[in-house]
Every structure is written in C-alpha cells, then in structure tokens.
Design a protein around this ligand. Structure first.
Ligand code: PXG
Length: 459
C-alpha cells in the first residue's frame, strides 16, 4: 500500500512517533505497530496489505449505509462550495441545520419535536446533562439535580460523559467526577440473575434498583435517569422485556425525567428509527450521533421532548451552552442525505422483518451451540456472543477478557472485524447486510471460534 507516496512502514513509523490513539496502551501499541485501514467499499474494509475484511462493527457502530456512498461525498462537496461553515449562535442558522432538525422531528417519537446539535455523542450527553438540570432550575427546583445511571453504561469520554457512564476504569482516571451522579445495577441477566430467577423477574428487580436510588436520594433531589436502551460498549446487554416498562413507570411515579442514549441504537439498528419506538419507551431526551451521518461526518443531535422544550420557551432566559460546530452545515447536509438513503432503500423495514430476524436465527443455529459459547443474544442488527470456559456453569477463562481477544484475533485474521469487550464478542453490522452477508459472517465466526477453542485447549 502507498498513500501519497508513503509506504506502509513509513506511515507506521510516523504514526508511532506522533499519533496518540484513543483508548490505547501506548507502550503496547509502540511494540506492535498500528493496523492501517486505507479504503473501504460496501460492507468491506481493506487493510494496509490489501486484505479484505467484512466489517461486522460498521466502523465503530456507525456506518449504517455502508462504505463508498458517492452521493454523500457529492452532497458534502456541494455544501462546502455553497457554504462550508456558518454558526448557529447569535440568532443565525443555515438551511441544512434547519431542515435536518425538521427531518429528525418527523422520524422521532411523537413527543419529540426539538433538536440541539453537537459533533459527538459525548458532546450531546454533556448537553443533555446540562439541559435537564437547567430544566429543573427553570421549574424552581434547582436541588432536583441528581442523575441515576447504570454500572457499565457508556455515555462518552468527556468529563461529563465519563461521569454519566459506569465504567470504573474510566472513573479511576477522572480525578473527580461531575457531582451528583449515581450508578445502579445493569439489566444483565446472563451474569446477574439469581439461580432460578426468570429473566422477566430479573428485569423488574434491576429496574427497582433505580427506584431504590430515587427513594434513597429523595424524589425531590432526582432530576433524571439515563440509560442506553441496549448497553452497547458495555457488551450489547439486551434487557428483559419487563425492564423498560418498569423504568418508565418508576420515572413517572416520582416525576424523574427519562434520558435515553441512542448513540448506538438510533437510526435503524433495532428495526425502527429509534429503539424508543421498538421498545415503546417515552423519553424526555434522546442522545444520537454515529449513524445520523453513517459516520461520513462528525455530527450528533440531542432530541429534546416537548416537556423540556415548552419550559425553555415559556420561562426564557439564555441557556449558556453550545459548540462552534453545533449545526455544522456540511455535516447536516450529509445527515439529511444519509437519512434519505436509509428511507429510500427500505433499510429499517428490512432489518425489522428480514435481516434482523435472520441474523438472530443463524447465530443461534450456527454459533450458540459452540463449546466456547455461553449465550448468543441479538436485537435487530446488534449481537453479542458470550465466551465461557464451561457452558453449564458459565465460568469464564482466566484472566478475565483473555479468551475473547483470542477469538477476535482469529476473526480478524479470517476476514471478519468484530470487537471483544470483556468476555463478550460484539457485532454491529451495517444495515446493508443481506442474508448472504450474514451467512458469510457466520462462517467466519464459527471458524474463529474453532481456532480459538484449539488455542484454549477446548478441542
Ligand atoms: N453514548 C453511547 C451509547 C456510545 O456508544 C457515546 C455516547 C459517545 O459518542 P462519541 O461520539 O463521543 O464517541 C458512545 C460512543 C467501543 C466504543 O469501544 C463505543 C463508542 C465509542 C468508542 C468506542 O465500543 N461509543
């Protein structure tokens, strides 16, 4: 591979000398050298040696329409020529930002009609945190500012995102979190259900942990509960069907706002535009990013429900918050076209009635019975494979997380990009996958599992 006259070796050397990657052990990376991804087309990425890899992660949970969409490049080019940038401060806006806000309001749940733009999921969660606290201040209840979140939640990597999230290793490096955020148990039946407890009973128990936290703080001190409908980076944890209705009931009972983080689940992945619609959740805010542009431009949108929006408008007063790139016209133009592609190609309907169910069936049929696999779970085009050393007891390999990395490395070597998080393999393919692509992915997963089993002495 050459890139603008640089060889792979030169690029790797330059990378090692100058580029600090996110979420990386820099000592370890210097020893290994980075994997250089040079181009991509449709469902495939191509690494520096020209090796074709089926991208079962849609980039980083974002490239829902697949790679190589010329029309997204063209719309960006046209917008850059017309107006590459203008801000949305000082009572200004731009046509793409205005029209995108309208489009999002149309596809959002009925109680949501307003949008606040940022450039990343982390930024929009920062907006969400500040907005719900601002809301309660405007309502004359500034002490109602505590936020309840869950262990292992991922809400981004800024200080607010890390504080909202429930990743202990990230908290450990924070040196002081944003105050008044507490974390309760996650709805993860595979590890946390008691012996003999049904998944549905477990779902109710996990939701009641939120009620306990509200009662402990006093309902007058609790602003909101925040959660991903399905915990993504924490391991594609799909809650039992009983969980969200109970959360909704609890939030209503104590007048606690419900904040959803749909940075991964938004824009079609669950077989509806939003998981809120798939799961029947009525939220006060919904954080979105990633697939809003299919990753072709950095852009996020906080969807703001009518209750909060009405107070902002009725009470007035400036909300001192926003970003240079809030409503960036190029990113918004790309998002508009991306949403049009998702609609035009019927992707959401296909995930709901064809590829989503097929993905689940095939993984159950071809992967779930493997000696290394403790559970397979899917929802739409999101999937998780639990790696265990003993299927009956669900015991894990030691040290924790080590076996999943072996599976992942074999998968990549065999032409399938998937992620390992802890002892869980994760799949989040683009919505363009067909039944044939799903078959190919299952072949490669099964092969990776066999090779890993041999390495781990299980065959
Ligand atoms: N909320 C959720 C639910 C996310 O998944 C963010 C917020 C933050 O978005 P930004 O755009 O600020 O990154 C995310 C991001 C992983 C991984 O390892 C997941 C994310 C980002 C990077 C890595 O699975 N999700």
């Amino acid at each position: 591979m050459t890139y603008q006259n640089y060889s792979l070796e030169q690029l790797q050397k330059i990378d090692a000398a100058h580029h600090l990657h996110p979420f990386t052990d820099h000592k370890e990376l210097r020893g290994l050298g980075s994997r250089m991804i040079a181009r991509a087309k449709g469902p495939f990425i191509y690494d520096s040696e020209g090796k074709e890899i089926l991208d079962a992660m849609a980039g980083l949970w974002c490239v829902n329409v697949g790679y190589g969409r010329d029309e997204l490049a063209e719309v960006a080019y046209e917008q850059m020529k017309q107006l590459p940038f203008y801000n949305s401060f000082f009572k200004c806006t731009t046509p793409p930002a205005t029209l995108l806000a309208k489009k999002i309001a149309e596809i959002a749940p009925a109680n949501i009609n307003q949008v606040f733009f940022g450039s990343s999921g982390s930024e929009s969660n920062d907006t969400a945190l500040r907005l719900v606290r601002h809301y309660w201040s405007l309502e004359g209840k500034p002490q109602k500012n505590r936020i309840i979140s869950r262990n292992m939640a991922y809400h981004g990597s800024t200080v607010a995102g890390t504080s909202l999230g429930g990743m202990e290793h990230m908290h450990g490096q924070l040196g002081g979190a944003v105050p008044n955020i507490v974390h309760v148990m996650m709805p993860y039946a595979f590890e946390l259900a008691l012996p003999g407890e049904s998944d549905q009973d477990f779902g109710i128990r996990a939701a009641r942990a939120v009620e306990d936290a509200i009662l402990e703080a006093g309902p007058d001190n609790v602003a909101a509960f925040i959660g991903e409908p399905i915990q993504g980076a924490g391991g594609v944890k799909i809650p039992p069907a009983s969980y969200w209705p109970e959360i909704q009931r609890i939030c209503r009972k104590y007048d606690v706002l419900l904040m959803l983080d749909e940075v991964i689940t938004g824009y079609g992945r669950t077989g509806e535009w939003f998981a809120a619609q798939s799961m029947g959740i009525e939220a006060d805010t919904i954080t979105t990013a990633k697939a809003l542009t299919s990753g072709y431009q950095p852009l996020s949108a906080l969807l703001v429900g009518d209750r909060i929006a009405a107070t902002l408008v009725e009470k007035g007063g400036e909300f001192y918050h926003g970003y240079t790139y809030s409503g960036h016209p190029v990113a918004c133009a790309v998002a508009l076209r991306n949403l049009e592609i998702i609609e035009r190609e019927g992707m959401i309907e296909r995930v709901r009635s064809d590829t989503g169910p097929y993905f689940g069936e095939q993984l159950q049929k071809r992967v779930a019975g493997h000696p290394l696999v403790g559970e397979v779970r899917t929802f739409g085009l999101l999937g998780a494979i639990e790696i265990v050393s003993d299927r009956a007891t669900r015991a894990r390999f030691e040290p924790s997380g080590s076996a999943a990395v072996v599976v992942r490395d074999h998968a990549i070597a065999n032409g399938l990009m998937m992620r390992a998080t802890g002892d869980t393999m994760i799949l989040s393919p683009p919505l363009i996958w067909t039944r044939e692509t799903i078959d190919l992915a299952c072949d490669r997963i099964a092969r990776a599992l066999d090779l890993a089993a041999a390495d781990l002495g299980r065959k």
